[in-house]
Design a protein around this ligand. Structure first.
Ligand SMILES: [Zn+2]
Length: 249
């Protein structure tokens, strides 16, 4: 695998990485049937396999372990949830940029699998400070047409899509304990208007913590989605690896 869980110094010296990939997840409740670290597993497994595919086509990428915590300030009423503050997330990214630019690595991908994680202001700031190109991939927003084709009702948290993906990756997921992933209405009507936003107080809006019903999930759908997502991601990694830094973007 093209991740630091298996690559040795010898391997790294051979690859001479052009692109480093930092998967980023979260540790949070995912209805009653999926593991807390679902987003960590998804971010890492998809990113690592994408590096593997890209490298087999000539890319020079390396995948780090996933950052295990994310922005979960609206879920702190749920047991053992840890939320990273904006300060902490920025500090992690700044330290990554400080470290990598000392070694001449100038292309960083953030491979994000948690909806609450926001990176855009950080990236604008860091690219102004460091000689580094940062590409943000919100993986759960990718390949929308394929998502529509594969899933009946994908859902956005522990629903059909995520459950299928985890059934494929982990193989031992049972849906028997799952709730329906229902969403309660807001009291504030304004929040249904386009362009109006406030974070979801998660347990209030989603009583079983799921958003989307996992009932139609299966491993076959998960496999299809994993394959299409890794294929598309690998194309992006390959293009980024092959494009000289001076010519980016
Ligand atoms: Zn998730």
């Amino acid at each position: 695998m093209s991740s630091t869980f298996s690559l040795t110094l010898k391997d790294i010296l051979e690859i001479k990485p052009e692109v480093v990939v930092l998967p980023w997840g979260a540790t949070e409740a995912h209805n009653y049937h999926l593991p807390y670290s679902t987003d960590v597993t998804e971010a890492f497994e998809v990113a690592a396999q994408s590096c593997e595919i890209a490298n087999s086509k000539g890319a020079k990428t390396v995948c780090y372990p996933a950052v295990p915590f994310g922005a979960n300030a609206q879920q702190l009423d749920q047991h053992i949830t840890v939320s990273l503050s904006v300060k902490t997330m920025y500090a992690i990214l700044e330290d990554v940029c400080t470290s990598l630019t000392k070694q001449g690595v100038k292309k960083l991908v953030i491979y994000n699998f948690h909806g609450g994680n926001e990176f855009k202001p950080f990236i604008r700031d860091l690219m102004g400070k460091f000689e580094v190109f940062i590409l943000l991939i919100d993986a759960f927003r990718m390949i929308p047409e394929e998502v529509d084709e594969i899933f009946d009702v994908p859902g956005d948290h522990a629903g059909e899509l995520e459950t299928s993906l985890m059934m494929y990756i982990k193989g031992n997921i049972s849906k028997s304990e799952a709730g329906e992933g229902k969403r309660n209405d807001y009291n504030l009507n304004a929040l249904s208007e386009s362009g109006i936003w406030s974070p979801r107080p998660w347990s209030k809006i989603h009583p079983d913590t799921g958003s989307g019903n996992p009932v139609l999930a299966d491993a076959e759908k998960g496999k299809k989605y994993f394959e299409r997502l890794t294929e598309k991601t690998a194309e992006i990694f390959l293009e980024l690896s092959n494009t000289p830094f001076e010519r980016l973007p």
